[in-house]
Design a protein around this ligand. Structure first.
Ligand code: 2AM
Length: 553
């Protein structure tokens, strides 16, 4: 497929808009690709209203030009902004975020709207979207339509569509235009059949060696480092899951960490199903959220399953490709310490595979791809494109501060790095504070990850306490929070009197929430705080960086 519009490289989005006759620019703060996809859809929608839009990565343009947008008649900017971690902007929006905080530019005459992407299970729900909306208005911008707050915990797609359906009429009214109705005829790609292709020039899912470009700038998703796989082993002794420990060599990279998974079109097809519903919507005006929720989301029908189950749909292949977003980078916690292994990075992950309601086997794209990465392939060293992201999840500055780590399942990953680093600090003669771990798994002799290493660390006195909750070795469930409650006196003393740092890693939806509640109860029962005081107490610990979470849902 060949893009219909040739790409023009330009760091001034104003100049680019002028040159290409566009009047709407949709910026996206995107980490996993959803905000980017929304931005592309909004930019495309514009044509239906006689306007011309473009989606843009704020990292690639000079956003301090925003006040110049008024030079373009009937123009506006839209921001699709995702929020991450502790209310942070995404990496590609960080510079724009800093600019907003520091600038006193006058944005009078600049029309804008913001859609935020967030998740209500996190405390700082949609903080970045809210801030962008508030700040652009403070600087004098004209809010054309109210801030949209998407919640990924329920149904982000539905939130976006509902917002969009009100957004466009508001835009039309603002600019005094009407829908032209011409949308489906505008194609981004055209289908060309080539009979004489040189296969050596075709991208076949492996990055070429020349992408190893350390001269340009730090490695990121657009410029990943090709790391050699130096180890890949199964961690669990039993059960039908596959928990793996993988090691990469990063010599010469000066790298931070995240994996980048390259895949072929087939997998992309498998993976991104959401957009086919958009296809229904645009093409046949057929869209029922309830149906979407139960038939697509709850039944986990991916795009391939939908096409199989509704053969009459038969969309043209060029249209289908247009609806498929790029496969995105996957993020894993690092299970090693750069102090101990400066030239390698370890990760620990569970291979995702289960049967969906429609009896199809769902296989996680990245974990299954990694599982099969051998150290060598016929004597050939295999590489994986990767980069590392900065994280607030790190050991306290002072080694003498006690740490309480809670990480059931693969939530153990970053703590393997922490413990190794504490061991290293101890070896350097530094006085390391109490180092306490709460780990949880199903069965002692099945999935007690890193058992041997952990027990050795305990014997060596690096790990001062190793608490393990085996959830399925007895009738009733035993979870990490039950063990926390058992040791409540000791924990409260460490937190309240000894400046301990608390770290929680793993499942966000249930575990992290239950652990949080257990800490409230400890503060109430041992510290004699009221519930409100307890909530306040841990909120303060979070702002001080003494209660950190690395959680996922
Ligand atoms: P389960 O699967 O037996 O319910 C790692 O996944 C471990 O975390 C497992 O032992 C799992 O137990 C446990 N777990 C499941 N839900 C949890 C929760 N809400 N809080 C703490 N641990 C939980």
């Amino acid at each position: 497929f060949t893009p219909v519009t040739p790409q023009i490289r330009e760091t001034s989005f104003i100049e680019k808009m002028k040159k290409t006759n566009r009047n709407i620019v949709v910026f996206y703060g995107s980490q996993t690709g959803t905000a980017e996809e929304f931005a592309n859809r909004l930019a495309k929608d514009a044509q239906r209203y006689g306007m011309k839009g473009m989606a843009a990565d704020p990292e690639e343009y000079d956003l301090s030009e925003l006040s110049r947008l008024k030079e373009i008649p009937n123009s506006m900017t839209v921001f699709c902004m995702a929020t991450y971690g502790e209310g942070d902007p995404t990496d590609n929006a960080q510079e724009f975020y800093d600019w907003m905080q520091g600038t006193d530019d006058d944005l009078e005459g600049v029309n804008f709207a913001v859609f935020g992407l967030g998740n209500k299970t996190y405390e700082h729900f949609n903080a970045t979207g809210k801030y962008t909306d508030k700040r652009l208005a403070e600087l004098g911008g004209k809010r054309v339509f109210d801030l949209g707050l998407g919640d990924d915990d329920i149904n982000l797609e539905e939130d976006f569509i509902s917002w969009k359906e009100q957004f466009w009429p508001a835009v039309c009214e603002f600019f005094g235009v009407e829908a032209t109705g011409e949308d489906s005829s505008i194609r981004q790609f055209e289908l060309v059949v080539h009979n004489d292709i040189n296969m050596n020039q075709v991208y076949n899912s492996q990055l070429r060696e020349k992408t190893r470009n350390s001269e340009i700038k730090p490695f990121d998703s657009k410029n990943p480092f090709l790391a050699t796989v130096t180890g890949n082993r199964k961690l669990n002794k039993g059960g039908n899951r596959h928990l793996m420990h993988i090691e990469f060599d990063i010599t010469d990279s000066k790298i931070s960490f995240i994996l980048y998974c390259i895949n072929n079109t087939y997998t992309i097809l498998l993976f991104y199903y959401r957009n086919i519903i958009l296809y229904f919507y645009i093409k046949y005006n057929f869209f029922f959220f309830a149906l979407y929720q139960s038939w697509v989301l709850d039944s986990e029908r991916n795009i391939l399953a939908i096409l199989e189950d509704l053969p009459s749909l038969n969309p043209p292949i060029d249209h289908l490709c247009e609806l498929l977003p790029r496969l995105q980078a996957r993020y894993y916690s690092i299970a090693s310490s750069s102090k101990v292994y400066p030239t390698s990075i370890h990760i620990c992950a569970v291979v995702i595979e289960y049967t969906t309601k429609t009896e199809r086997v769902f296989k996680g794209v990245a974990t299954n791809w990694l599982k099969n990465k051998e150290v060598t392939d016929n004597g050939h060293k295999l590489t994986i494109p990767m980069y590392v992201r900065r994280s607030q999840f790190r050991l306290p500055f002072k080694p003498s501060n006690p740490i309480i780590m809670i990480g059931p399942g693969t939530g153990i990953a970053p703590f393997m790095g922490f413990i190794r680093e504490r061991a290293w600090q101890k070896k350097q003669g530094k006085e390391a504070g109490e180092t306490i771990l709460y780990f949880g798994c199903r069965h002692k002799n099945e999935d007690f990850l890193y058992q041997q290493e952990l027990e050795e660390f305990e014997r060596a006195g690096v790990l001062t306490q190793l608490n393990v909750a085996f959830s399925r070795d007895q009738e009733h469930k035993i979870y990490v929070q039950h063990l926390l409650k058992k040791n409540k006196e000791q924990l409260w003393k460490l937190i309240h009197s000894n400046n301990a740092h608390i770290y929680v890693c793993g499942d966000a939806r249930n575990m992290a929430r239950d652990v949080h509640t257990a800490f409230y109860e400890i503060a109430e029962e041992v510290g004699s705080l009221t519930h409100t005081q307890a909530v306040d107490y841990f909120k303060k610990l979070m702002t001080k960086g003494r209660y950190s979470q690395d959680v996922w849902s």
